[in-house]
Design a protein around this ligand. Sequence first.
Ligand SMILES: [Cu+2]
Length: 183
Amino acid sequence: MNFLEVMMGRMTRQHLIEVGLALALTFVACLFVALAVWADQGTGVVVSDAWARPTIGDGRVTAAYMTIQNAGTAEDVLRSAQSPKAARVEIHETTMTDDGIMKMRPLENGLTIPAGGSASLKPGGAHVMVMGLDGELAKGGTLPLTLEFEMAGPIEISVPVGTGPSHAGGKDGSGAAPDHQHH
Ligand SMILES: [Cu+2]
């Protein structure tokens, strides 16, 4: 074996190890999120990273956050949502007024998820507003939610109650945005 062949052999082996490692990490990542991903196979709409804030005291209102991906070739719109545990669910967006006050308002035309794109519902931005809950929502519990899409139709999800997306190691989102004080 000449010098060049030895070098090539090393590179190939190292490359294989890197590819193997990448695959293994991908596999682990998939295992981690496998329980918390909902998909509509017809349209390619995928919901992941869902979480809802615990209720505070006697408050019967919360907000749910998630990532909605659209792998399809047509835009889709999240029109509405409902929950068997809540009297009313709305799709909200948070905006900043000229005087720096955060306000939220219902998205009357829904939330658009562009073809091949995604929408992030997160503190300080768009969210699913859940009002009139039939009881408290404690950390570790779940909130059943049905998302109504124009193209994908209804997607039923079970939202973990906590302080951030569950697979992110319980990353604390508290203090990020006091966006639900006024209900
Ligand atoms: Cu809201």
